[in-house]
Design a protein. Structure first.
Length: 250
């Protein structure tokens, strides 16, 4: 595990995008499999990645994307505010084939089967090459909240009140519109990615970051399991890292 401290959010976005671009450009396989967590932190990186595509610095024609989570009751067809922005700022500006974009279908008739099939799709393409995510305020990964098994697979998860409040921004600020459940890649699924990048910025993430990096591995901070992942990098800004006592920098 590595920790890279950068000045601010803008520096994190630039560095994260350059890392992803380098991985795609150096890929020797037929496809590069990229997994993206939801949230505005990742959206800002996707927006910058789209600019690189438009400037011909990278192509996503040979990239397969798996999204790490989806609210129950929603899908690519029935979109909430987040995915509308994702379509506008990312999908519509890149050269990826729509058939290479996979999302969990929160409107599936059989949600358990949907999760099982998603796991199989990941296996069918040879696994995830690179996972990009952010850190939740309590050490969450995707929708894997406190108490999630560190060996969990893609599954249905009931969301906490804190998550409902945080995700109200995806629903026009109305917490009553936020679904109480979501489908999410499991912690174990994410940890099988060959390489992982977690981006963290803001003073409100300082406690979660310290717990994740410097406390014992625990299901009460699911991202803490990444201490054991050999190719995980945390890109964090100075205010988020201010409580850390030990740093391992690139």
């Amino acid at each position: 595990m590595k920790v890279k401290v950068l000045l601010n959010r803008d520096e994190i976005v630039k560095s994260a995008v350059q890392k992803i671009v380098d991985k795609i450009n150096n890929n020797q396989k037929e496809y590069f499999v990229l997994s993206l967590s939801t949230g505005f932190t990742v959206l800002s990186i996707c927006e910058e990645l789209a600019r690189y595509v438009q400037e011909k610095k990278v192509s996503l024609k040979n990239v397969i994307i798996f999204y790490a989570g989806e609210f129950v009751g929603y899908s690519q067809v029935k979109q909430q505010d987040y995915f509308k922005q994702l379509q506008e700022k990312f999908f519509s500006k890149i050269d990826i084939s729509p058939k290479n974009i996979y999302t969990l279908n929160g409107t599936a008739e059989n949600l358990s089967l949907e999760c099982e099939q998603y796991e199989q799709k990941i296996k069918d393409v040879g696994g995830i090459d690179f996972f990009l995510g952010s850190l939740g305020a309590m050490g969450e990964l995707a929708f894997n909240e406190q108490g999630s098994s560190l060996h969990s697979r893609t599954r249905l998860k009931t969301l906490t009140s804190e998550t409902l409040k945080a995700d109200a921004r995806f629903f026009g600020g109305d917490i009553a519109r936020v679904p109480s459940q979501a489908l999410t890649m499991g912690v174990g699924t994410i940890c099988e990615a060959k390489e992982i990048l977690i981006v963290v910025y803001g003073v409100h993430k300082a406690f979660a970051l310290k717990s994740c990096l410097e406390k014992a591995i625990s299901d009460m901070s699911p991202a803490s399991v990444l201490q054991m992942h050999p190719k995980t990098t945390f890109m964090v800004d100075k205010v988020a890292s201010r409580s850390l006592t030990t740093l391992i920098n690139e």
